[in-house]
Design a protein around this ligand. Sequence first.
Ligand SMILES: Cc1cc2nc3c(=O)[nH]c(=O)nc-3n(C[C@H](O)[C@H](O)[C@H](O)COP(=O)(O)O)c2cc1C
Length: 406
Amino acid sequence: MTIRNEISFASIPVHTGLSAALGKDRTEVIKNVTDSGLKGRGGAGFPAGVKWKFASETTSEKKIVICNADEGEPGTFKDRVILSEWPDLVFDGMTIAGYAVGASLGIVYLRGEYTYLRQSLEDRLSARRAAGLLGNDIQGKQGFSFDIHIHMGCGAYVCGEESALIESLEGKRGESRNRPPFPVTSGLFGVPTVVNNVETLAWVAAIMVKGDAWFKRVGTEKSSGYKLLSISGDVERPGVYEFPMGTKISAILEAAGAERTKAAVVGGASGLLVPAKDFHRAISFEDVSTGGSIIVFDQSRDLLDAVENFQEFFADESCGQCTICRMGNVKLLEGIRLLKDGKCTTKHLNALCALGESMKAASKCGLGQSAPNMFLSVLEHFRGEVMGRVSHHRHATGKSDKRIAS
Ligand SMILES: Cc1cc2nc3c(=O)[nH]c(=O)nc-3n(C[C@H](O)[C@H](O)[C@H](O)COP(=O)(O)O)c2cc1C
């Protein structure tokens, strides 16, 4: 997949971020990451420095750093590109995290479909061991030992959720955990564990070289720095792009060569559907947040096809642990199919809306909480189109429902 514009960390020489970090005190490294304003690039946007501080303050002798390379969100492929092009930057970031929080073990949880990348990543890790960048007394830093292993995921989307990922690493079914405790205090086998996204870790290495002010200077007040985006769908130039946080969606679509755009789904299947009238909105944690995916739909698209496709995905990927997600996704999918066939009544549509809202409120993890997003936002923004598909047979009571029908 093509890299479409200059990526700011591409020019950072390998190991320089790690060397810079090892020249500092651990607390200073955490302070730099905190001051940079770097928030997690995996979707949730938790401040990386705060996460590291929590982990560093735990008294456990063992600590673990996990690089979340599960990348299962439909439409997201920027982590795959980072791991293909700049794996050492990610390994530098993991080692810096290990140094900062006091961990000696790093694990890359690699998406099952990325098995083809494994050998090249293992080769890089061997080269790093040979160069003294992994192992004991790294780069002469007495007492700092750290090594990285790769663990393959098996194709479950939910295993990208950090606590399900940890369960899977423990050899169990990938199911999310109740929190608290959070992984930073009790993660893999109860050991304090920092989980960070691939891109987050690459930025850490860049921040160590270029400085926190360099990162903080770009973006918005609450969302500093740059963001890598995987852009696909109805665009002339799909691929991976870097944009400063706070960039308007219209500018992003223009760069990718989108024309006659009806809507863009920002953040993948679990993200937000943004209609063309809202393209003045910006990519940031305080406006339209994204782990890194933008899927573009032009005027020729039937959005209910996309909704059906996403809902199939969630019905397949629900881990089944909580009833509202397990059953809700199947019921939504059935309803969407009825709607597409012109067999969904207003009453049924209202029930589907209520179900979607309940799933958002009551599902245990982010999968079920975000699964109805696309359906609900198509209803919100393309109501006329949806209502045109509703069955004209009145429901049993004969009453119109104010929530949807008007
Ligand atoms: C269903 C689901 C899937 C997720 N998949 C990923 C993923 O593939 N990669 C990722 O980094 N984070 C994913 N996350 C977010 C992680 O739980 C976690 O917030 C993230 O790895 C933390 O890293 P960060 O703070 O650097 O973003 C997912 C969350 C949910 C709810």
